[in-house]
Every structure is written in structure tokens, then in C-alpha cells.
Design a protein around this ligand. Structure first.
Ligand code: PGA
Length: 262
């Protein structure tokens, strides 16, 4: 596997902040801090160094002000254009300014997203050439490693409708459900084991060359203290960050720490 040099750092804002004014202020503040770090202390910081999954209604406004990051959606619908009340499809969020979309987050799954619906969402999103972050993760672990086989099966099923030449737009986020919103993240060793299983599933689906193009992230209680260790020792290409992306100083600290050389 080729090691990526630029880490992919994705904030998942969930149902925060409460208002558009706060959201715009956050992004402006973050961009100012990153611009200053780039000129003063971290010249190697890329022009765009973060991804932020925001509430859909904020996307066009944030896209207008975010010069140092990419703005995306936390969920999309896999239904077709037409008569479906309350759904937002990829063409809508793309034309509204979204650069990417998260699909299959465990909180969305818990609200009743079926595996069939998820497969359609992923297929539609990738056909629209939207960078698509598919979340997978076990609820609990067993000693025999059955969860690894289940994760592989989940990936294969969800991607069953996807042509392999679209894999270059695909990102997989490994988010153990037991680590989301809690106090204890997975260890880097536990993360590494899952990354291997996920790559095996991708290779089985599309062959090794296409599998290599997929970025894999870790998410679940990422903090300023542990962020970089997942990239250095956990075998991932980046992070999906919940609570720690909802505070501008903390998110900035994670972005800078992950872009610093050892
Ligand atoms: P957390 O959430 O970082 O707050 O654990 C991660 C996520 O839900 O994506």
C-alpha cells in the first residue's frame, strides 16, 4: 500500500453549531489560524488542509468562506430525482457546493438506514464523482475475530453496485461503534488489524490496484493527544473526528499536529 503523504482530516460536525452565524465564524477563525500557521511555522501545510462535514443548509455559505478546507455533507439520499419528500440527492448537494459526503455513519444506521439503502446511496454518490466517505465499524468485539469477517462482508455488500473505476473517489472510515462519543478509542494495533481486513475486502471486490486507491480513515474518540498515532501506527490515511472538530482550537491543533513531520 502506498503511504499517503497528506493526511485526510475530516471533521464531523453532526448537529452543531446551532446557527449559521456560528458556523461561518468557526470556519473564518479556523482559516485565519491555518493561514497564519502556514506563513509562520508550518510552511509545508497544504493550501487546503481539512474537510468539514456540516449540516446541509450551511454548505453553500461555508463554501463561500472556506479557503483552507473542503466542505461536505453528513448524509445523502439514494432515491431518484422526483417525488420523494424531504430527501436530498447528490446532484443537489454538489450544486449547493459540497465537495464530499459521508455515508453510513453509525448514528444514521441506528435511525434505520438499511444496507440496501446504503448501497444505493454509495453507488449514486460515486456515480456523481462525489468524494464518498463510507463508514463501517463493529458494535462489539469477540475473541475469535468474527467482527473482522462481518466488516469485510459489510464493505463488499455496500459496494456491490459500484464500478471499480469509481474507487478513486471512495474513502472508508473505520469507526468502531463502541469508540464513538465515548472515552476510549481503539488502540492503534486494533485499528491496524481492521485496515488490513478492509483492504482485503476491497482487493477481493476490485483487485489490488483499485483497492490501493481507496483512502482509509479512523474515527472514534480522536483527540489532540492520540490523533497522530493512528496515522503513524494505525495504518490509516486520515481521521474522522467528531467532538474534537466542534471546537475550533482543538480542531486546529489536530490539523497542525498531523501535518507536522516527526
Ligand atoms: P467522536 O465521534 O470523535 O466524538 O467519538 C466520531 C464520529 O462519530 O464520527
Amino acid at each position: 500500500m502506498t503511504k499517503r503523504t497528506v493526511p485526510l482530516l475530516v471533521g464531523n460536525w453532526k448537529t452543531t453549531p446551532a446557527t449559521l452565524v456560528e458556523a461561518v465564524k468557526f470556519v473564518k477563525t479556523l482559516d485565519k489560524k491555518l493561514a497564519s500557521a502556514k506563513t509562520k511555522s508550518l510552511k509545508t501545510l497544504p493550501k487546503k488542509s481539512y474537510y468539514l462535514a456540516a449540516p446541509d443548509i450551511f454548505i453553500p455559505h461555508l463554501q463561500d468562506v472556506a479557503t483552507h478546507g473542503y466542505i461536505g455533507s453528513q448524509n445523502i439520499s439514494g432515491v431518484s430525482l422526483g417525488q420523494e419528500t424531504g430527501e436530498t440527492i447528490p446532484s443537489m448537494i454538489i450544486s449547493g457546493g459540497a465537495d464530499f459526503a459521508i455515508i453510513g455513519h453509525s448514528e444514521v444506521r441506528a435511525r434505520g438506514e438499511t444496507s440496501d439503502a446504503r448501497a444505493h446511496k454509495v453507488a449514486l454518490s460515486l456515480q456523481s464523482k462525489l468524494t464518498t466517505i463510507l463508514c463501517v465499524g463493529e458494535h462489539t468485539r469477540d475473541n475469535q475475530g468474527k467482527y473482522l469477517a462481518e466488516l469485510e462482508e459489510d464493505v463488499k455488500q455496500t459496494l456491490s453496485l459500484v464500478k471499480r473505476d469509481l474507487f478513486e473517489h471512495l474513502v472508508i472510515a473505520y469507526e468502531p461503534v463502541w469508540a464513538i462519543g465515548g472515552k476510549t478509542p481503539a488502540s492503534t494495533h486494533e485499528c491496524f488489524e481492521v485496515v488490513i481486513a478492509l483492504r482485503r475486502a476491497l482487493a477481493a471486490l476490485a483487485g489490488i490496484e483499485y483497492a490501493k486507491k481507496v483512502h482509509i480513515l479512523y474515527g472514534g474518540t480522536v483527540t489532540t493527544e492520540n490523533a497522530k498515532s493512528f496515522i503513524e501506527e494505525g495504518g490509516v490515511d486520515g481521521l474522522l473526528i467528531g467532538r474534537a472538530s466542534q471546537d475550533v482550537e482543538t480542531f486546529e491543533e489536530i490539523i497542525l499536529s498531523c501535518h507536522k513531520n516527526k
